[in-house]
Structures are given as C-alpha cells and as structure tokens.
Ligand binder design. Structure first.
Ligand SMILES: [Zn+2]
Length: 846
C-alpha cells in the first residue's frame, strides 16, 4: 500500500510513459470554511497506448472521474491517495471533480482567520508533494506543464497565482471568478494560489531585459509593518544582480512576494508568486541580523527562479543542489549588492554552524542523498541540504574560480530552460567551463558524509620561526573520508593593541598531511588562522598560542570574518569537550560587547546560554548560570542605547534570569519601574519578559493580561508559549495536549508550545515526559503527519534531563520501537545531543 508515498522508480516509470500537455484547475473557494471545490482537467499523451498509470490526490472527496469521456467509479479507482487510470490512449483527457480540505498545518491550502479582525487568508504550500492536496496531479517535478487556474472567490478578495492576476469577472452572490492565463511550463510543486483580503502594493522594476511588475502583499492587520520601500529596494538590487550574473532574463513575467500567516518555513519559491512568513514584517524592534536574514530569504527565493523553477531537478535526489545553490547565491548576492556586505561573516557565525552541527549527528548523510522515495526525502531534508551544501558550493567556487563557475552556469540555464536536469548536467557544464575534472571532487564532497578537522602542526627554530609547518587533516571514525580543500591561511600579530594581518595566502590541502612550504622560515605570528576567508567547510583548530591570543584579544581583531573563524573554533571545541563551558562563557562575556557582526551579536550569546544550560558540569552549573546572568546584566546596562547589543543582551538576560534580582529587573522593565535608555519595551520584548517570568513561576496573572492587550495571532502564540513554560504539572499537561495530542491546533501555535515546553530547572515536572515522548514517537508520524510530528519530535526531546539513565532508556527504545524512520531519526539526534552534553559536562568538571 503506497499511502502517500511515491518511489523514484514509480515516478521514472510514469515520466517515461507520459508527457503532460496542460493542466486546467478550477478552484471554488466559496463553498465553506472547511472544504473547497477542486476540478482538474489534465491533458497528456501516453507513449504506450493501452498502458496503465495513476494520478495523485490526497484527502479529497472525489465526486466524478472521467478519462477520455468515460466515467470511472471513484469508489474503486480512488484509493491510497491515488486515482488508478487504465487503458490510456495516445492522447488523453482526465477530469476529476472533488472537494479538498483546507489545511491548518501549512501543508496544501492553508486557511487562516485573523483574530485581530476576523478576515480570511488562504495560501498554498506544495513542496515537496502537497499540490495533490489541492488539485489532481502527477506529483513529480519532471512532468512539467503549463497550468491554467480559474479561481472562484468572494469578489472583494485578492487572488494571486503564478500568472499575472486578471480582472475578476463578477458572479452572483458577491462572488467572482479569476481566469488566469496559462503559465510557462513548470512543476506542480512551484504552482501557487494565494487568496483572501490581502493588502496589495505594486511597484515596477525597470531591468535590462524589460519591466517586471513587483507586488507586495500582507494581511490588513500588518499593513503598518509592511516596510515596502526596503523590500522593494532589496528586490530590485537582487534582480539587477541575478539578471546580469546569470545572463538570462527573469523567466516568469511578474514577481509577487506575499507575506502569509502561520507559515512553516522561511519562504517558498513558487514561480513569480513567492510566499514568505509574515513574521518578517516585524511589529517590534528587531536586531540587524533579523533584517540580514530576511534579505537572505528574499534573494534565496529569487535565485530559485532560475535555479529550481526555470531549470528543475528531475527527482528529489537533487533537492540538495536546488537548496544549496539558492543558499550560496543568496549570500553571494547579499554581499555584492545589498547593504549587508558582511553576509559571509553572518553565514559563518550562524547558518554554517547549523550545517556543522547537523553533519556531526548520527543521522548525517551525504549531501547528495539517495532519495529513493518521498519518505527518504523527509528524512534527508535538513541543514545538510542547506547549510553544508552552500558551504561546499562556496568551496567549489574557490576550487574552480568564480568566472568559470558562472560561465558554466549560464550555459546550463540556456541548455535546460523550462525542463529538468540532474547534477551531472551541471557538473559537465562546470567541467567544460573550468577545464577541471570535477567528478572526483564531487564524489568526495557530495557522496560522503561528515566533516574533517584541520589542525596546524609545526616546529619552531631558535629564533621563533617555523622550521616546519603542515596542515593535518582528520575525519571521524564513522565517516573516514579525507578531502581536498582550498584553504586560506592568515597570520596576525599584535601591533599597537590591535591584531593586524601580516599576510594571508591559499593552499590546496589533500590527505592526512599537507606541507606548507610558504611558512617555513616565517616568524610565528601571535595568531595563526586556518580557514582565513572561510572558504573551507571544515572544523579548524587553533594552536596553543593562537588560542590564547584569540581568547584574550578577540575584539582586537578588526576583520569580522576572522573573528567568526575564532568564535567558531572555540564553539566547536566546547561542543567537542576540548574547551570547558566555563571558559567559553568567559570568552563570550569578555568579547561579545565589542562584536560588530550582526549575526555574531545575536547568535553567540545563545551559544553561551547553551553552554550554561547543557554543557556545564552539574556541580557548578548554578554558579556559572549566576555568573552569566550577572555578566549579561552588566553588558545590558553598559550597551550603547538603542544598539543591537542592548536588545540581544536584554533577551539573553531574560532567558537566563533566575535570581531574585533578575526577576525583579524583569518585573520592573515590564511595569516601567526600570527604564534602560534606548531599550523600547515593545510588544515582543514584553512577551519575552513575561515568558521569562513564567519559566520561573513568577508570572502571576501577566499572561492573561498581556494576551488581552495583544489581540493578534502573535499574541496568541506568545501566550501559548508562556503558558507552556510554567513549572507546574498542570501547565505541562495542558501544553502536552496542545503540542502532541490535539489535531485542531494550528501549526505555528503548536510550534510555539513545543519550543517552550522543555525548560532548564524544571526537572521534576518534566521527568514524566520522557516516557510520554517515547510513546508518542512510536506512532506520531503516521497519526499527526510530517509537519506536526517533525516539529514536536525534534524540539520536545527532553535534552536538558541529560543523564546516563536517559541515554540507556532511549537506547532501549531505539532497539525495540518500530516507529517510522523519520521519527526515529529525531530520537537518535536527541540522544546524540545528550551524549555530547554529558561529555562536555565531564570536561567542564575538570
Ligand atoms: Zn530554497
């Protein structure tokens, strides 16, 4: 029984048989609050008349199926999310009339009623296989076709899709129909429908290949937060950059960006109809890293218009390439043409760290995963796909050179426009352009898992110069591949109180030991930095002197990327139990006040918080937490008024607050008794403070008061999170019900509860949830679906109860449970985090 699965072989068989001529989809969004009408007409040819195949449709009530004018009984033909089609002709017309269900999980056609004003908003989200929740499909990326959408909706709504929005034709009873023109050929997963009482603003980009209409949309209750000038500026900068660099006109006519509610990811690259989470239109003060990330998202989705939408992967095996490319391209674009010129430093401080983390979990996999079916795609879609993939593409660009890389890319877009390709096609184009053989490179980087560690090994002569120098490369035992790296090396000396770069150069590292002749005879610097420029994807180690220099004087280093490498090395060493949590926290407290990189400022304090909560030895955790709390208080009070540092320190102070003084501070900030110059205690910061009080059981009636004053969906989500944070058995029971049991809780509310559930210092009330978690993991994937189950199982794992006993219990479960592999994966990852924490705790106890 296939359920909702689909194998690569089935897809290949179907693609060999069929050629889809066109889709015509009629949606009626006026039939009620829970379902909508969906009539699909697919015209397609069949290479072997008489053959059988199937179409896809999930969770629908099918009223009528007609194939080539002959009626088929849905009761027999529609089962397991498939419509069986037999006796195909050379040319076919399939018509399916059905009712489909609105989603509350962000999968398919999501329906949202804004609590602020009761207005209705819909949007679709289809990647990977969810177009089939909205219309009848051949749900695989390589059966591209033009799509014609006809949408019936209330006449006062906006309706947006991949084609430009037509004038609606009025119908009776306040309804209208929007008849969209056929799209360019595209895959089902990038088609889209967004409808509702959205606010709309239109601009035009005058580009080198002509005009592109730019629409921006959001909910009515967010209009005041739609900073459209900024969004348009970034959009225009990115279009100018990509049209020039890719040497190919934007392929989809108009470009709408729609900020939508309760969105699961950052955004989705629907062709010409990009959807983004509407938290990106913030109502409260946000640090620069927030805007830097939003800019990354905007440019990432735009890069997909060429890489993904114009040229599309044949099957999900190349999903990594799709995402890695968009990731790499977005940072490249951001650094080149937007105000976020330090984007690669931000990448090193934040995004790349998520790739390193993921790659050291037991669930790691080669970047190019073997996605033999849709379930495998679910298991393999993670930060290897995005962050590691982008890091490795950055390394590839360093390996072949940017210009040859772009030459190959430009040819690739032309050769595969509006069709499908595989990674080997791109590799061939790059080999041709660069003259470098790349299949060996691809094999070691893409078909093997794990991260290498690069360390300096040297001897000094009597004068303190290097008499020998090599880079030593190691690999974890489970993933023993050693790779070729293009590696930057930087030498820094302390001059007049600053750490100044003496020189830097690049070398090719290969095998366990690479001699670096350039350094022989060179005087040992105060700081020797491997991975200068962050070209390599590898963990790096600092020698003893360099580590001492880095720790004592990180803020003397002017280059933000060089600092990011030192921060990263220190964090790595802490996670690897080579540096104590206590030392890492001291490093952060001493240097974060002078950090200038936006991501460094906002992300590094969260690493320190993790060091306190998870990696500190239990016997001095209370003392370290107190030191961190006091240190943050000092940093907060000393920070420049209105700065990002000030905001971040306020948030982190709230997150660690536990002493009576800190609690009193939070209360006073909320009540106005304490004012910190430049720190606006706005709605989101108020929720941060209220939640911090709730964690400590000191919230009183503040949650309900705050919720009453903040009648928005964010307010409801924050309130749910604050309630879930409370240290009582009743609060946890109520939160568990919302997060794990009920089906009517919207995706983003569930996520808020899940993220708030596990708290440090609540061991007594959380202890019973180890068994409950494992019990849920047994069946949750099947019972709750991908979105709910993955969110819950990843983030509600009882990590901070780290103990040998917990490891043993989880091991026993892993041994005996027959849970879905995707569910087991999250349990295995949680277990690995616990094991890592226990090792780090031992180091910290020394
Ligand atoms: Zn993407």
């Amino acid at each position: 029984m296939p359920g909702t699965n689909l194998t690569r072989d089935e897809a290949a068989t179907r693609a060999a048989l069929l050629d889809v001529t066109s889709y015509s989809i009629d949606l009626d969004l006026t039939t009620g609050d829970t379902t909508f009408g969906s009539t699909t007409t697919i015209r397609f040819t069949c290479a072997e008349p008489g053959a059988d195949t199937f179409a896809d449709l999930v969770g629908a009530e099918v009223h009528e199926i007609t194939l080539n004018g002959e009626s088929i009984d849905p009761a027999t033909a529609y089962a397991d999310s498939r419509i069986a089609l037999s006796g195909l002709a050379a040319e076919n017309e399939l018509v399916v009339r059905a009712d489909c269900t609105y989603s509350r999980t962000g999968e398919g056609l999501h329906r949202f009623v804004d609590p602020a004003d009761d207005r209705v908003y819909l949007y679709s989200q289809f990647e990977v296989p969810d177009a089939r929740r909205v219309y009848t499909t051949f749900e695989q990326p390589d059966l591209k076709a033009p799509f014609t959408f006809n949408v019936t909706a209330p006449a006062h709504w906006k309706v947006v899709s991949n084609s430009p929005t037509p004038e609606p034709e009025p119908l009776d009873e306040g309804r209208a129909v929007w008849r969209f023109a056929p799209t360019k050929p595209m895959s089902t997963y990038i088609t889209a429908i967004v409808a509702g009482e959205y606010h709309e603003v239109q601009h035009v980009y005058h580009g080198k290949h002509g005009d592109i209409p730019l629409g921006h949309y959001c909910r009515q209750s967010l209009v005041e937060h739609l900073d459209v000038d900024e969004l348009v500026k970034i959009t225009k900068q990115s279009f100018a950059f990509f049209e020039e660099q890719f040497d190919y006109p934007y392929p989809f006519g108009k470009y709408d960006q729609l900020y939508v509610p309760e969105y699961n990811m950052g955004a989705m690259e629907n062709a010409g109809c990009v959807t983004l989470r509407d938290e990106y239109l913030p109502r409260s003060r946000q640090p620069r890293s927030f805007y830097e990330f939003r800019c990354s998202v905007i440019t990432h989705e735009m890069a997909h218009m060429w890489f993904g939408d114009l040229v599309t992967m044949k099957w999900w095996d190349d999903l990594w390439l799709n995402e890695s490319f968009a990731e790499w391209a977005c940072y490249w674009c951001e650094a080149e043409v937007t105000e976020f010129t330090d984007a690669w430093t931000g990448f090193a401080n934040a995004r790349k760290q998520t790739g390193y983390r993921q790659d050291q979990l037991p669930s790691t996999h080669p970047i190019a995963a073997d996605n033999y079916d849709l379930q495998a795609v679910e298991v393999n879609f993670d930060m290897i796909t995005y962050a590691k993939g982008a890091s490795v593409l950055k390394q590839l660009v360093a390996w072949v050179g940017l210009e040859p890389f772009l030459q190959g890319l430009r040819q690739y877009f032309k050769d595969f426009e509006y069709s499908n390709s595989e990674f080997s096609d791109l590799l061939a184009a790059l080999e041709k352009a660069s003259g470098r053989e790349l299949s060996g490179w691809a094999k070691e980087w893409l078909q093997t898992a794990g991260v290498n560690t690069l360390s300096p090994v040297f001897e000094l002569d009597a004068e303190g110069a290097y008499s020998s120098f090599s880079v030593s490369q190691s690999a974890p035992a489970d993933w023993p591949t050693l790779r070729r790296h293009r590696l930057g090396i930087g030498l820094y000396d302390e001059v007049d109180g600053r750490l100044v770069r003496r020189t830097s150069f690049e070398v090719d590292v290969e095998g366990p030991t690479t001699q670096v002749a350039e350094l022989v005879g060179e005087k040992q610097p105060d700081l020797l930095l491997l991975n200068e420029g962050d070209l390599a994807y590898a963990k790096v180690r600092l020698d003893e002197r360099s580590l001492a220099t880095g720790i004592a004087g990180l803020s003397k280093l002017d280059d933000s990327l060089a600092r990011a490498i030192v921060w990263g090395a220190a964090w790595d060493m802490t996670r690897d139990a080579e540096m104590s949590a206590t030392d890492f926290v001291a490093l952060v407290l001493a240097n974060i006040g002078q950090e200038t990189d936006a991501w460094g400022v906002s992300r590094i304090p969260t690493y320190a918080l993790q060091a306190v909560n998870l990696y500190s030895a239990p016997e001095h955790r209370a003392e370290l937490r107190q030191r961190f709390e006091s240190g943050l208080r000092e940093l907060l009070l000393a920070a420049e008024p209105g700065s990002d540092q000030q905001l971040t320190f306020a948030r982190t102070y709230a997150a660690v607050a536990h002493s009576d003084q800190a609690i009193a501070d939070l209360e006073a900030l909320l009540d106005g008794g304490l004012e910190i110059e430049g720190l606006a205690v706005d709605q989101d910061l108020r929720w941060t403070l209220v939640t911090a009080l709730a964690v400590n059981g000191r919230e009183g009636d503040r949650i309900e008061t705050e919720a009453a004053a903040d009648n928005t969906i964010s307010g409801q989500e924050h309130a749910a999170a604050a309630r879930a944070s409370r240290p009582t058995a009743e609060a946890k029971a109520e939160a568990w019900e919302l997060a794990m049991v009920r089906d009517d809780v919207a995706n983003e509310t569930q996520r808020s509860v899940v993220l708030a559930f596990q708290r440090v210092g609540q061991d007594d009330v959380l202890a019973p949830y180890v068994e409950k978690y494992l019990e849920a993991a047994d069946t949750m994937w099947e019972e709750k679906g991908t979105q709910r189950a993955s969110t819950a199982l990843e983030f509600i794992f009882p990590k901070q109860l780290a103990s040998q006993e917990l490891l043993d219990r989880v091991d026993a479960w892993l041994e005996s449970s027959s849970a879905n592999p995707a569910a087991k994966r999250y349990v295995r990852e949680g277990r690995a985090d616990v094991a890592r924490a226990l090792a780090a705790q031992v180091k910290d106890a020394e």
